[in-house]
Ligand binder design. Sequence first.
Ligand code: SIN
Length: 490
Amino acid sequence: MQTNVECLSYLNYVNGQWQAASSGQMIDIHNPANKDEIIGRIQASNLEDLDHAVAIAKKALPTWRNLSSVERGNFLHRTADILEKNADEIAEIATKEMGKILRETKGEVLRGVAILRYYAQEGMRQIGEVLPSSQKQNILLTKRVPVGVVGVISPWNFPIAIPIWKIAPALIYGNTVVFKPASETGISAAKIVQAFDEAGLPKGVLNLVNGKGSIIGQGLADHKDVNAISFTGSNQVGKQVAVSAVKHGAKYQLEMGGKNPVIIMDDADIEHAAELTVQGAMKQTGQRCTATSRAYVHCSVYERVKELVVKKANSLKVGNGVDPTVDLGPLASEQQMNTVMNYIKKGKEDGASLLCGGEALKGEQYQSGYFVPPTVFENVTHDMTIVREEIFGPVLGLIKVNSFEEALEMANDTIYGLSASIFTKDIARAFKFIDEIETGLVQINGETGGAEPQAPFGGMKDSSSQSREQGQAAKEFYTTMKTITITPIP
Ligand code: SIN
């Protein structure tokens, strides 16, 4: 079990054992819907703890990589079953840790289950190819092998799905893992690891080290015995991780921010477009890398879209995520709330007009949490900070455009390139959008958010390191390749 004498203290997991950090220090986890409630404590580990975990992962590597990938897959299948069985409990913990509503956290646990099952099956798929050799008698082939010890640094906004979409492919291809989750969601992380533990994963194969990002995250990126590092988080930290990884020759994979646009054209199904624009912007209180934050709307349908967007945004109920009638939970932390409120203030100062929201919610039911309602701006110009920087909150800007070309140019005028959507029935325009939008994820008449386990996920420009996660694309990152020539001796 992961609990200490105090039932709310969650331990690190190293070498198959739950253990306290050597510092004796802990980090409190507060409920963002009720900041006075401490829902648990996690370990504030130091570099000594990290070093130990990396050494253990390195030691466990030869045995794990020598199992067949089909056998490794069986552990993932069992973990998926355990997670599914515990879905309600884990969803509730995640909701209390980072605020999003139970429907979303339950969906996320089940998404984690689907990812585990997908990668469990991956153990039965190809790991190389046979190529024609210029020497007729030779056999020329490739074989994928594990990279080694993988460091996983995961964010708080998807505390279950994102760690699993990194850990599951790392394990199936024969790597061992040291996992450093965001401190805000260290308990959800412990629950994931507990499922692997119950599934009988051999000791040392997956290790959890909680602690501050500046110490454990940075230490993992710097560690000479970490061969690959997969990071999801902010742009600024991601770039530091890359620099550290390069210094010691580790592979790195970064998924960072987004500033995701939708284009709503004059021929769109306006009701559908407004619905998915609001969902894309407000789901999970806007705390998704793929959240919609800019809507470029054709002038001939602008007023109708505006009316529908505001009506739908205003109809969303904000409150504690454990209440099943609530649509939007709180922001994940005080820091997150301050950031979002500062962006809203900046939007107002820069001259954008508020259509709804814009003030932190007050009143008895909101006073102990970080509640910001759906906020929609208009009269937004393309140079405003709220259009240029990632907000990571329930904030949407509406921008009137005269043509598809104008919308496309503005949609692409950003440092980010994660996801984008167009609402149109014109196939030629949709194809032009597919070709010319500078994002890794492209939606035609769909929401900017969302991902499926079997499909590559990632962005262009500053949204990622150009690598892709999930689906078959994960194989590129979590393996390295051998080219083998077999020369028969007559
Ligand atoms: C993310 O947006 O941060 C993850 C992908 C998603 O489900 O939208």
